[in-house]
Design a protein around this ligand. Structure first.
Ligand SMILES: Cc1ncc(C[n+]2csc(CCOP(=O)(O)OP(=O)(O)O)c2C)c(N)n1
Length: 552
């Protein structure tokens, strides 16, 4: 006899779910087995907190639906921080959440209240009769509306008999007409602009080509928010990231723009440094699918509701129409793409070109020197995942990435401890690339259980711990005020030895010469992850931290 659990698992596999992350208990045992029997791969994490983040990172990198399978009650609550991050990031994530419906059960919790509290959508499988429709609603909401959906699966309903079923197709939304007046207004603004800059966010991840083409046609410079870093990696007039991680040259060029166009980009305090990257006279335009996103963080002069690729194409067509056909590239306005700007970007466009005072000391390496040296050693085909903390800008700014899939930044909830699982999910998604997990010692030790997961799956993973033996962000936040720092400083921990205990290759790095061990590991066969415990200098706060504190 097949049950609802069997039918739901099989239907998801048949719908194309390839990979599921989770941790199996009694409530999700059968549904997980049904998924794998249907051809999906199950990645067994050691902590649900890690599993949720792995599923999120996997979805970000592959563009597929992320799927998480947990036990009822504590399995779900353990996963909550990752679920919250995914919900805030609008990651399409389906959480298979068994529920104990008897309030006297130890495992009981109010999962509707819990989903509402973290911004997830809850869909309940009410009965065997409605299972196909309920599952389809959850599945299509997650994908179509880019939502994190908690599929509530009562234990008694899961156990009820059910025939196999296929997922009903998604309802087709009516095609959205572009707002022609708004397209014309953006074309006007671009035609008038002398120094346009495009800022692309996550909503532009699939529109890189169209936005680049329009930037060439209009002389615009290209930049991204942190989450879309890498999108314009190969473009000559790319400024890399806007916001706290921007180079001084990029920040200066953005500040001097006369037109800023945000494409699928929240234009929040991080991307615009609390608005200080927007000049007083700069015209600001925002293009987003979601009407609520328009002007939510930054005053705008024009808001366009629409798909970013379709809008960029339509604006280009409008400009071509106005010039009586598509003019040859030689006739495109130079705009902000002058020889001077090209020259400046060639000299100062990357953080590694910005001079700094070397602060390595006996027994401790300057995190900038560490990052720059690693950048030169690592293969170009790489994925970089970064945790939260004082250290985070060093890998985010100095480690180059090949494209937008190469940078995974799970920071919408600003939680420490998500970096390792982010890297694991990304490594499962892209086994063809080396994955780098850049962590603080606090974040690394918070999430360490899933280092075993990385070893068990033999992931091609380099874990770099920027080890300042402290919650450095808090030290630098409160230290200047003269507060006691006893609770945010720690005695040295031998993280390399901890890594070896998990089965990793490992090295303690106090100077660039210690990185020879990394070179040896990189040479192959890389059949087990490597942990680098980099004892970094710790006297100075990272300068972008001051920016972050303003957001508290
Ligand atoms: C889950 C969670 N707990 C606590 C915090 C507060 N917090 C922000 S940064 C930080 C320190 C992180 O330390 P570490 O990972 O060692 O990085 P560092 O700041 O030292 O570079 C803490 C505790 C948080 N953001 N998230």
């Amino acid at each position: 006899m097949t049950t609802v659990a069997d039918a739901v698992g099989a239907a998801l596999a048949q719908a194309g779910v390839r990979t599921v992350f989770g941790l199996v208990g009694s409530g999700n045992f059968h549904i997980t087995n049904a998924l794998t029997a249907g051809g999906a791969r199950f990645v067994a994490a050691r902590h649900e907190g890690g599993a949720a983040v792995m599923a999120d990172a996997y979805a970000r990198v592959t563009g597929e639906l992320g799927v998480l399978s947990v036990h009822q009650g504590p399995g779900l609550t353990n996963a909550l921080t990752g679920i919250t991050e995914a919900a805030k990031s609008r990651t399409p994530l389906l959480v298979l959440a068994p529920t104990a419906t008897n309030p006297r059960s130890n495992f009981y919790l109010d999962d509707a209240a819990l989903a509402a509290a973290v911004g997830a959508t809850r869909v309940r499988v009410d009965s065997a009769d409605t299972a196909a429709v309920d599952l389809a609603r959850a599945y299509h909401t997650a994908i179509g509306e880019r939502r994190t959906v908690l599929l509530s699966l009562p234990l008694d309903v899961q156990a009820a008999p059910s025939p196999h079923f296929e997922l009903p197709a998604a309802p087709q939304p009516p095609p959205r007409d572009l707002d022609q007046a708004a397209i014309a207004a953006l074309a006007d603004a671009l035609a008038a602009a002398r120094r346009p800059v495009f800022l692309a966010g996550r909503g532009a991840r699939k529109a890189g080509k169209e936005i680049t083409t329009l930037s060439e046609r209009t002389g615009a410079l290209l930049a991204t928010s942190a989450v879309s870093r890498g999108l314009f990696r190969d473009e000559a007039f790319s400024l890399d990231v806007s916001g706290g991680f921007a180079t001084p040259a990029a920040a200066d060029l953005i500040r001097n723009a006369d037109l800023l166009v945000g494409w699928g980009c929240a234009l929040n305090m991080w991307t615009l440094r609390h608005g200080t990257l927007v000049g007083d006279d700069t015209t600001v335009v925002q293009v987003d699918l979601d009407p609520d996103a328009l002007g939510a963080h930054q005053r705008i002069d024009l808001g366009i509701v629409g798909d970013t690729a379709a809008t960029a194409r339509a604006v280009r067509d409008e400009l071509d129409r106005r010039s009586g056909g598509s003019p040859p590239p030689g006739e495109w306005p130079a705009g902000y793409r002058s020889a001077d700007v090209a020259d400046r970007l060639a000299r100062e466009g990357r953080w590694r070109d910005v001079p700094y005072k070397e602060e390595s000391e006996e027994g401790r390496i300057d995190p900038r020197t560490l990052s720059i040296t690693l950048d030169g050693m690592l293969p170009a085909g790489r994925t970089v995942a970064v945790d939260s903390g004082n250290f985070m800008g060093y890998p985010a700014m100095y480690l180059d990435v090949p494209d937008a899939d190469g940078f995974v930044f799970t920071q919408a909830y600003q939680s420490v401890g998500l970096g390792l699982a982010t890297a694991i999910g990304a490594a499962v998604a892209r086994p063809d690339r080396l994955t780098v997990a850049a962590l603080g010692d606090g974040g690394a030790l918070m999430a360490i259980a899933d280092l075993e997961t990385a070893v068990r799956y033999g992931l091609d993973l380099l874990v770099v711990v920027y080890d300042d033996e402290a919650y450095g962000a808090e030290v630098h936040h409160f230290g200047p005020g003269g507060h006691p720092l006893d609770h945010v400083r720690f005695p040295p921990a031998d993280i390399a030895e901890i890594g070896r205990g998990f089965g990793c290759a490992a090295a303690t790095v106090r100077a660039t010469s210690d990185l020879e061990a990394v070179a040896a590991w990189l040479a192959g066969p890389r059949d087990r992850p490597m942990v680098v415990d980099a004892k970094v200098t710790r006297d100075e706060p990272s300068w972008w931290l001051a920016e972050a504190f303003r957001g508290h």
